[in-house]
Every structure is written in structure tokens, then in C-alpha cells.
Design a protein around this ligand. Sequence first.
Ligand code: SDX
Length: 428
Amino acid sequence: MSSQDTKTAQLSYDGNSYDLPVHVGTENETAVDISKLRSEAGLITLDPGYGNTGSCKSSITYIDGDKGILRYRGYAIEDLAKNSTFLEVAYLLLNGELPTPEENTAFTDSITQHTMLNENFRSLFLSMPTNAHPMPVMSAAVSAMSCFYQGDEYGEHEGDINTIRLISKIPTLAAWSYKHSIGQPFLYPKNHLSYAGNFLKMMFGNPCEEFEVDPVVEKALDILLILHADHEQNCSTSTVRMVGSSHANLFASISAGVSALWGPLHGGANQKVIEMLNAIADRGETAESFVEKAKNPDDPTRLMGFGHRVYKNYDPRAAVLKGACHDVVERLGIDSKQLEIGMKLEEIALNDEYFVKRKLFPNVDFYSGIIYKSLGIPVDMFTVMFAMGRLPGWIAQWREMNADPAARIDRPRQVYMGANERKYFTSK
Ligand code: SDX
């Protein structure tokens, strides 16, 4: 109990007064503890969408939405994107500290040694329709890992084999879901390639010719994975925690997170951003007219990739991606119509009263879709890329919850608005 946890908040209700404990985090986030409110005052709280409800205490990721700050275990996302690698960031999220060179080598080697799938996974993929979206295929494949790897549900912190299996196999699962959708043969991982390089080879290589990994694409992909690696208690992470709170195993919990991420309001937004930019280009519509539609309360159109529940400033990941976008497009010599339209939409929206008043800024999905497209990633695979990046964060959050001896099964309450008691009768 830190010294700051001795503060209390007072609640007056129905002539009574209640002292509620107050918790203060290391960045001075302050929370009123309402866990005893029902037993002491007969009250619950109501917060649809959990917009202002803390579900847990966590030491993994810190976001300051007003200042546009994002840190993994205290390290600024800008520093990590510039200086680290995805596997080093995964180690940091999982273990709380950056690895020593020896630890980094050992972690990377253990990931490399588990990239292959049980050969029976072929039947799982081949049983799926080729036109299936890869996200439900991924969710099914991750859940199926519970069938292939039974028994040890949660190993020691350092030796948790299921964490290693998930991080090492998800690029293979992702690439196989894509290969199945285009009717091409599955390719096996190559241990001499980097994490991102292996994925690119399994995605775009074929048995008829050698595949050369483009270092520009490889580096851009590694940065994209770093930027997506964790984001505190977002929808899919909260799903992973909720499922894990019932002591469902890691694979089942992550599979649920993949499904939650698919939603277009969440990780599915990157695909919707590109579809939005393509539709504007195909219709020959001006950015100005599209923004007007997005502002119209009677029009369901939204400026996808804009707005965020927490960030009321520029999403720091979008800022990094905006720079990377230009680098990739320039280095690959791509004439990106989508980037041109995206920049125009951003310029208009950032100066428009509707967006300014609502503090709607570009989020991580606004530029990631443009980069993925420039890297040759198919649109249907964009959210799969998000899942690959978010995996170490999901696992770190699941572990943190499972390591907490006070953790209980998640079970929110409700305010009932239905019929009062009535006797059964029938006019039969
Ligand atoms: C991610 O939580 C995370 O951390 C998520 C994430 C992560 O890393 O895990 O950061 C990843 O999911 C990023 C968000 C990707 N989604 C999109 O880009 C979809 C488009 N954005 C929105 O649908 C919306 O902004 C949300 C879902 C992101 C946030 O929704 P909120 O917080 O519930 O806000 P809201 O829908 O209540 O909107 C508030 C107002 C409304 O207008 P009014 O009722 O005040 O008149 O802003 C408007 C909304 O209509 N609004 C938009 C808008 N986003 C909000 N209007 C036009 N275009 C938009 N994009």
C-alpha cells in the first residue's frame, strides 16, 4: 500500500456518508475504489463502455491521452520504435526489463526454434473456405492450439512454453491463412531469417523461386509490430483478461482477443481506412466532401482512423507511422494515391471545428493501413498484422492478471430495466 493510497473520497447518498479508498498510481492516475460500495451503501456504479472505469492495476503500459504519451514499461514508444526490435520489445513487455544481449539471444533462439506448426494444422486450414476472412481463421487456429498443446497451461514466468509457442507460431499461422486464401502452397519458416523476414518469406515466397527479403520492408514491418505491441486495457486486451479471469488457458484467451480486435471500431479500422481511401479515389470524391459526410450526424460515415477513447491528442504511434509512411513510399518508389488522400483528409480534419471540438486526431490505424498496402500486405491481412503485433501485450497482460493472487473472475453488475415480477398465465 503506497503512502498515497491512504487518501479517501467521500460519497453522500440518502442521508448517509461513505468513505471510499483512493488509489494513486506511479503517474498520479487517481482512482476511487468502489469494490465495497454495494455491501456498504447498496449501490453499484454504471459506466457503459467502461469509459471511466479502471478494471485493474497494471505496470505494463502507460498512456497519457491528453499529452499523447505511450510508454511500454516506462520506455517511450518513439524511443523503442527508433532503437529497439519487436522481439526485444516483446521480452520487455513480458519480463518488465529490456533483455541483456545474452537474454535477447536466448529469447530469440527459443522463438526461432518453435516457428513450425504441427503438420495437422494443414487440415485445419484446408477445411476453411478460401474466401474466409483471415481473422476468424486466425482465431480458430489459435484456439486449436489448445488441442495440439494440452496439459501445461501456465509454466514458470521465464519458461512458459505456451508464450513462446504463440509468439513464434503466429507469423506461420498468419502466412498460412493467407496462402490458403490464394490457393498457394504453405511455406515453412526458415531459421536463418529474422522474425519479420520469416513472415515476409512465408507470405510472399513460393516454392518455385528464391525469395529475397527487402530490408526496407523488413524494418518497416518490425516497427509496425513494435507500435502495436500493447496499449493498456483496450477492447481486445480487456477481452483477453476477461476470458483469462475464468482460468481459461492462454490459447483460448488470446483467441478471444483476436476476435475482439477484428471489430471495425477497433483493430479492424486499419482495413476500413484503406477501403475508405480507395472509395474516395474510385468515386473521384474530394476529401472536403467526404469530411462533411463524416461530420453529418444523420450520415453513418465516419472518418476511419480518426478518434480514440483515450487519446485526445495526436496518437504518438500515428506520428511515428506518418514518418515511416513517407520513408517506405519514397524508398520503394511507390506513387501512393491513398497517402495523398490521407494527408489531405488529415489536414482538413485537424483544422475543422467538428474534429477539434471533439478532440478527434489520427490514431494508429490511420497510417498503418497505407504502410501495409505499400509493403504489399493484402487488405484482408491488415488486422492480422495488428494481432501479430499485439500478441506479446495480450500475453503480458494475461500473465500479470494470473500472477495476481487477489485476481477474481470478472463479473460486472447491471441496472435491470426489464419487467417486474408477473404471474404466468396463458390464454390457451
Ligand atoms: C484502436 O482502445 C485502444 O487503445 C484501441 C487501439 C489499440 O491500440 O488497442 O488504440 C486501437 O482501436 C484505434 C481506434 C480505431 N477505430 C477507428 O479509427 C474507428 C473510427 N473511430 C471511432 O469510431 C471512434 O472514435 C472510436 C471508436 C475510436 C472511439 O469511440 P468513442 O470513444 O466511443 O467515441 P464516440 O463514438 O462516443 O464519439 C464521440 C463523438 C461522437 O459525436 P457526438 O455524439 O459528440 O456528436 O465523436 C464523433 C462521434 O460521432 N466521432 C467521430 C469519429 N469518432 C468519433 N465522427 C466522425 N469520424 C470519427 N472517426
